[in-house]
Design a binder for this molecule. Structure first.
Ligand SMILES: Nc1nc2c(ncn2[C@@H]2O[C@H](COP(=O)(O)OP(=O)(O)OP(=O)(O)O)[C@@H](O)[C@H]2O)c(=O)[nH]1
Ligand SMILES: [Mg+2]
Length: 293
């Protein structure tokens, strides 16, 4: 088992999906997209690599942020190796340095992954990044440094090799053939959240949570399922923003989510969406529990 750990937005979920060869975790340009541990199982001829995507680690501003930080630490204390991701394009900042320091206590070997190298204008722009990484990750538990681009698929096969080399010899943990163990309801809620968040600016995306009670087979058509998604926002004023003028924004998000779910599930999907106010849910432990967070 290998945990993918890093600051928000460094490209953890994109890398997970690329290595898994399919979409498992949602991705948006909004930092703070991933809110739970998302697993992808890579079964190869000689090894089974279980990657665990985690929420980006940052200064927590809400009860949700605190929970996510705790979750990431729980995940990294229970794996065989940690992939520590840093963003080549954004540069190495104080948050990365803080995280590197914490990872010294993680107990597992750490492979540092420099992401988004396709965004560098010249190859030599990687050098200062590598120099800074060299300072932060000197000595054990830090191991190799691997620059990659998940979008361009550059050097990701090499990364997989390096991570696999850290795995203990053991029977496989998961049956072959299943890449994701996410229930359909969770997948549906995440895909809806991705489409809703992608279109919202600034702080608002963080106020959105999505729940799906069930993915119900149609009574008559075998290839059709019904999904009812509830989009929770924190304040009444946010309702209108999510819905958009004349309902256009929500309609567009719903259509995008439905099309993607149909492709992922291999079924026709009837998706109904509803927006509900869950006042201040991000800071309310009881509501967080109800929202599955
Ligand atoms: N150009 C480029 N963009 C990338 C690459 N990897 C990720 N991105 C973009 O970076 C943004 C964040 O990607 P995510 O995969 O959601 O990042 P994350 O680390 O999972 O973010 P959180 O879940 O918020 O912590 C998205 O807009 C991605 O498309 C890459 O290799 N190259
Ligand atoms: Mg993510």
């Amino acid at each position: 088992m290998v945990a993918l750990v890093g600051r928000p937005n460094v490209g953890k979920s994109t890398l997970l999906n690329h290595l898994a060869g399919q979409k498992v975790a949602i991705v948006t340009r909004v930092p703070g997209t991933t809110r739970s541990a998302v697993r992808a199982v890579l079964t190869r001829p000689g090894a089974q690599l279980v990657l665990v995507d985690t929420p980006g680690v940052g200064k927590p501003r809400t009860a949700m942020g605190q929970r996510m930080n705790r979750l990431v630490r729980d995940v990294w204390s229970g794996v065989d190796a940690v992939a520590f991701l840093v963003d080549a394009a954004a540069g190495i900042g104080a948050g990365d340095a803080y995280l590197a320091e914490e990872l010294r206590q993680a107990g597992a070997p750490v492979v540092t992954v420099v992401t988004k190298i396709d965004l560098l204008r010249r190859p030599e722009d990687l050098l200062p990044v590598l120099a800074r990484i060299g300072e932060l990750t000197e000595g054990p538990p830090f191991d190799e440094v691997v620059p990659v681009s998940a979008v361009a698929g550059e050097n990701t096969a090499r990364l997989e090799e390096v991570l696999t080399a850290h795995l203990p010899e053991a029977p496989r943990l998961f049956p072959t053939g299943r890449v994701s163990d996410q229930p359909a309801e969770v997948l549906a809620a995440e895909v809806v959240r991705e489409k809703v968040m992608a279109d919202l600016a600034d702080e608002l995306p963080h106020s959105v949570a999505v729940t799906v009670d069930g993915v119900t087979p149609d009574e008559h058509a075998e290839d059709l399922v019904h999904v009812e998604a509830v989009i929770h926002v924190e304040r009444d004023s946010q309702k209108g923003i999510v819905i958009g003028r004349g309902g256009e924004r929500l309609k567009a998000a719903g259509t995008a989510a439905r099309l993607e779910l149909e492709a992922l599930l291999g079924l026709r999907v009837h998706l109904a969406t509803r927006v509900k106010v869950a006042p201040g849910w991000q800071d309310d432990p009881r509501q967080l529990g109800r929202l599955g967070l």
